[in-house]
Write a protein that binds this ligand. Structure first.
Ligand SMILES: [Zn+2]
Ligand SMILES: [Zn+2]
Length: 357
């Protein structure tokens, strides 16, 4: 095979097939030889449902994968920033660069965004050779491995979240959800100057990992009481975290309805709330809290300019140690088992190796 690729044909239906090696037609594009692709919750959702808002089909299968690192294999004639052999992390979404949002500097909102492994047409990184614009490749410093390079994608989401939250030194932050993105939000919040970062999750073992990953700078962790109302859990967290007025900032990286409800009762008056996690599309929402507390409520969608750069810089400086998040590495041929591993909630981040020679 020239370019073995893991294609999804529908729910629970994936095959490794040959696809053509991508040809560079735009002189600003490059081809990357993929080293690793990471698995996240959205991949599992695709594996189980065949898509999120748009779906793959028997007629239109799609190469999966969007968190990836690799080596530059070929470059377009106008590429000046990269040469073959450069090690890079991949930012997997390419905006049109022409619309109002792109011009306003918020390209992640581009309505014409082409995002890797997003049906029906944009193929993902679970292949040998992957084509993308050169400026969406970020050179990895020598002290960052390919495996760590994959984690620049979720870290960029964490960086984007704390930028949206506008965290200032000394502020107290609570993160709902201690999965990969929640951990990255917590680590980034700490680097942006939060004096106290606390995390909430329903799984004790995730919180134990959070404490080991984030170290003493992250104050406390807590689990909700399932018998409690959101108001009662908010009171519990205020005590558990010793934040009598509530946190200045809450980032929800869980997407769970009950987390959003609890957060509204937990947050301090005048606080800022950022919705990073995606769950049900419509929920019951205690909107009076937003009025009465004069909350700032913001969304966070993927990442924007500078988020990958800062992520690489933080990891290279040793400030955020992402290596311990990698809990399993599976060969390319076992991509579906990698999705199953994540589905079962095993470990933190599972990686899929690129195609071997
Ligand atoms: Zn993802
Ligand atoms: Zn655009």
């Amino acid at each position: 095979m020239e370019n073995p690729s893991v294609l999804l044909y529908g729910p629970l239906k994936a095959k490794i097939e040959d696809r053509p090696v991508p040809e560079i037609r735009d002189p600003y594009d490059v081809v990357v030889r993929v080293a690793y692709t990471g698995v996240c919750g959205s991949d599992v959702h695709f594996w189980l449902n065949g898509g999120i808002r748009t779906y793959v089909s028997e007629e239109q299968p799609l190469t999966m994968g969007h968190e990836a690192s690799g080596t530059i294999f070929a470059i377009g004639t106008k590429v000046t920033t990269l040469v073959p052999g450069d090690r890079v992390a991949i930012e997997p979404g390419y905006p049109c660069r022409r619309c109002v949002d792109c011009k306003a500097g918020r390209y992640n909102l581009c309505p014409s965004m082409k995002f890797a492994a997003d049906p029906p047409f944009t193929h993902g990184t679970l292949c040998k050779y992957f084509l993308l614009p050169a400026d969406f490749c970020y050179k990895l410093h020598d002290n960052i491995s390919f495996g760590e390079g994959v984690l620049m994608e979720p870290l960029a989401v964490g960086v984007h979240s704390v930028r949206q939250a506008n965290i200032r030194p000394g502020q107290r932050v609570v993160i709902f959800g201690a999965g990969t993105v929640g951990l990255m939000c917590a680590a980034a919040a700490r680097e942006f100057g939060a004096s106290k970062v606390a995390m909430i999750d329903v799984f004790e073992r995730k919180l134990e990992f959070a404490l080991s990953f984030l170290g003493s700078l992250v104050g406390r962790v807590s689990t909700p009481n399932r018998e409690f109302t959101p108001e009662q859990n908010a009171e519990k967290f205020i005590k558990d975290f010793a934040m009598p007025e509530g946190p200045d900032i809450i980032i929800d990286a869980s997407g769970a309805e009950v987390s959003v409800q609890t957060a509204m009762h937990l947050i301090k008056r005048g606080g800022t709330y950022v919705q990073t996690g995606m769950g049900k599309r419509t929920i019951n929402f205690p909107i009076s809290e937003v009025c009465e507390k004069e909350l700032t409520v913001k969304g966070c969608f993927r990442y924007g300019a500078g988020d990958f750069d800062l992520s690489i810089s933080l990891v290279s400086q040793g400030k955020i140690k992402v290596k311990s998040l990698i809990t399993k590495v599976l060969p390319f041929e076992e991509a579906t088992e990698a999705w199953e591993t994540t589905k079962r909630g095993e470990g933190i981040k599972t990686l899929i190796e690129g195609v071997k020679d």
